[in-house]
Design a binder for this molecule. Sequence first.
Ligand SMILES: [Zn+2]
Length: 265
Amino acid sequence: METAFYVVWYIMLFILGTIIFSFLNVVIYRTPLEDTNFAKGRSFCPHCKHTLKAIDLVPLFSWIFLKGKCRYCKAKISARYPIVETLGGILCAACAFKFLDPLNFEWMALGRAACAFLLCCMMTVIAYIDHDTMTIYDSTNIVTAVIGLISIPFFYSEADWLARLIGVFCISLPMYVMVLVKEGAWGGGDIKLFAALGIFFGWKYNLFIFFISVVVGGVYAMCGLARKTKKRNEHFAFGPFICMAAVLTLFFGKIILDWYLGFYS
Ligand SMILES: [Zn+2]
């Protein structure tokens, strides 16, 4: 009985996640166009401009049943849409799995799961927009900072206001100084994103995010150089690595840090 309940619970959360991330696909598409009235205007095929009906907009399933093509003009629809929707389903279920037990309900746990999922939403939006445009918009960084403020009662109780204030500056300030020394060393959006994440994570986990993103981003850059797809000094979007590191830290940061610090005690 309990197993059946959990199966239904996680399937429903997965579906909820795909619906919310289906909307985030619109946010990712429209933010760089400065068209931020996301709810306004019907969705249309970017190729033939045909207005899409509800049946064309069912997350995941529409893309699968239409075999990745527009119903009206047969133009290819990017696989990114169902990929982002699937990611949303997984992240929504994962946030609930990690932070919320429905059979032992607590409001604090619900708040924690909701804040975690909101952060996952923003990290996805920022990663894709930065990948597309090499820009992290102030608006998305501000929303991330607001999610950080909302999360304070729910997350990282060991991080008091001072730890979070240090978190705002511990990465962003050294990055800013590096930019003064060498112009373009970091993007301005990256610096502001680390400041915003400092509110959510506090300084300890923000350092952790920085470390992971630099290691993974560095490996990516070296692979690009080795395969000669990137030129030396060519810039690449660093935002996706920061966002990935933030989500990893959200789910596994405490486990990894406890394990690591265990060596010293
Ligand atoms: Zn079309």
